[in-house]
Each structure stands twice: as C-alpha cells, then as structure tokens.
Write a protein that binds this ligand. Structure first.
Ligand SMILES: [Zn+2]
Length: 292
C-alpha cells in the first residue's frame, strides 16, 4: 500500500463579482460599492478545514487584503498558508511585465501588512500563465516568490500550459534561480485530458466521478491540486446576468459544493501546496533558457 497520496487544497480568495473577462461585471472602480460576501464562503471553508485539522493554501487578492484585512489575518492565524492571487485580478495576457510587477508588488504589500508574514507563493488569476507569459517568472522570483501554482497543464480559454508533467517540478530560470511549481494537472484518460479538481469541473462532476478521479490519482501516485473560491460555498450570492455559457460555468452545481468538500475531506488526505511538494517526488524540471 505505502503511504497515502497527499493532495493539495487551495482556495483563490476573491468575491462574487471578481469574474474574469465579462464586460458587464462591475468595474474595479465600483468594487467597493458591491455587497461584500467573501467572508461568508471563506468562513465556511475555514470551518470545514478546521473540523478535520486540514491546512490549505489560500491565494488571496491583494484588493481583498486591503478591504478585509481582518479576514486575511484570520486565515493566517488559523494556520494556513497565504499566497498572492495578484492585486486586481488581471489576466497576465492583459498586463505587460511592468504592470504585472506593479500589480504583484501592490498585492504583496497588502498581504504582508494583513498577515505580518512574508508572502512567498503565487497563483495567477485564471491560471493565466501560459507559454507566452513566462516573462512573469523572473519577476516572481525577484519578489521572493518560491512556490507558484499558476500552471494548468492543458489548453484552456486563457492561459493553460500544455506540458507533460504530473507532479510538482522545478522551473529553472536562465540565471539558475528556481521556482517550485505545483501545477493543476488534469487526469489523462485515453488520449483526453479530464479536468476535475476545481471550479466548474468540480461543481459539474457527480460525486462518484469526482471520487473516482481522486482514487485514480492515488493509484498513479500523482497528487491532485483542488482549487475553489469562497463564492462556491455561497449559493445565495447575487447572480450576474451572464451569457448562458458563462452562467453555466460560474453557477452550475453551487448547491452541491459543500457536500463534495465534506466528502473529499473525509475520504482523502489534503495539505498545503508546500506540504504536497515536500511529500511528492519531483517531476522533471522545466528549464527556461534565456530568462533572467
Ligand atoms: Zn481568481
């Protein structure tokens, strides 16, 4: 049997109106006037984790740390890792290197002020670090980021980094610095990639399929990285009038998430992404030449 596989539990802490690439979503200038609900889902998540003694990695928007510093302080106080999810939830494709560095710095300042801790991990909004955005990696390294979880190892609407890896690996930059990558890895079934471990996929898949996907990961000795948002534990959140396909993507299956969270926490072993990396043999490094 050997020891059970340790899977990663991560939460991207943002509010119900932080929806990507929808031009009728509230403008950042109007964010402060929206009903703030991020604490509802975050508290539910913290309680579900605490009951089972599970620690997780919370990638928090810097903006949230500015408007709700006490919530971010509580996440840290309850023993979880706090990383950056950027400041204003901008996709890397929409930010050049200079704007990305500014947004990152802004988030790190707000998060470090709220947690009184050094922030050393990062996840790009929308997993938007693809092969065209590797310029972001040296910037992350220069700001002290040692663990990244921005790579979603398949093709996606925005971002997505198709790469043959199934476990955490080192990204080696041109100057020899490394960043530890804890990617989200879909399950390879035949010649297809099945994403299952978060967001709309997790909400859509029936519980037995979700359970089977995690069991398959265990048989293959590859950790799954679960990712959720506080709004997914807040079925009463206000609904935006999204186009049908997007409405489906954001709102399908909200009522079943709490139940799935409980099932997963009860049946499988989870920890922070740093714990997963420490417990898992590394996959092959990704060497990026010419990036300093
Ligand atoms: Zn996000």
């Amino acid at each position: 049997m050997g020891s059970p596989v340790l899977h990663g539990w991560s939460i991207d802490v943002e509010d119900w109106f932080h929806i990507l690439e929808y031009d009728r979503a509230p403008d950042p200038a109007a964010w402060r006037r929206q009903e703030r609900r991020v604490h509802i889902g975050t508290q539910r998540m913290l309680d579900a984790l605490d009951v089972r003694g599970v620690k997780a990695t919370f990638f928090v928007l810097g903006w949230i740390a500015e408007v709700a510093p006490e919530l971010v302080a509580e996440i840290a106080r309850r023993g979880h890792d706090v990383g950056s999810h950027g400041h204003m939830h901008r996709l890397l494709q929409h930010l050049g290197p200079d704007d990305f560095a500014r947004d990152l710095d802004h988030s790190l300042t707000a998060l470090e002020r709220a947690t009184k801790r050094e922030i050393t991990s990062f996840r790009a909004p929308g997993f938007s670090l693809g092969p065209n955005e590797t310029w972001a990696l040296p910037i992350l390294a220069s700001r002290g980021i040692r663990l990244d979880s921005s790579l979603f190892l398949t093709t996606r609407a925005h971002g997505g980094y198709p790469l043959e890896r199934s476990r955490p690996f080192d990204i080696v930059l041109g100057d020899g610095r490394t960043i530890l990558e804890v990617p989200v890895v879909p399950l390879r079934v035949g010649n297809r990639d099945l994403a299952f471990s978060g967001g709309g996929y997790l909400r859509l898949l029936p519980k037995p399929v979700l359970q089977a996907a995690f069991q398959t990961c265990e048989l293959r000795k590859t950790p799954a990285v679960l990712y959720l948002h506080p709004r997914e534990l807040d079925p009463d959140q206000p609904r935006m009038r999204l186009p049908l396909a997007r409405r489906f993507k954001y709102y399908v299956g909200l009522d079943g998430v709490a139940d799935k969270v409980a099932m997963l926490l009860d049946r499988f072993h989870f920890g922070t992404l740093a714990h997963v990396a420490a417990a898992t043999p590394r996959d092959l490094p990704l060497v990026l030449d010419g990036l300093a």
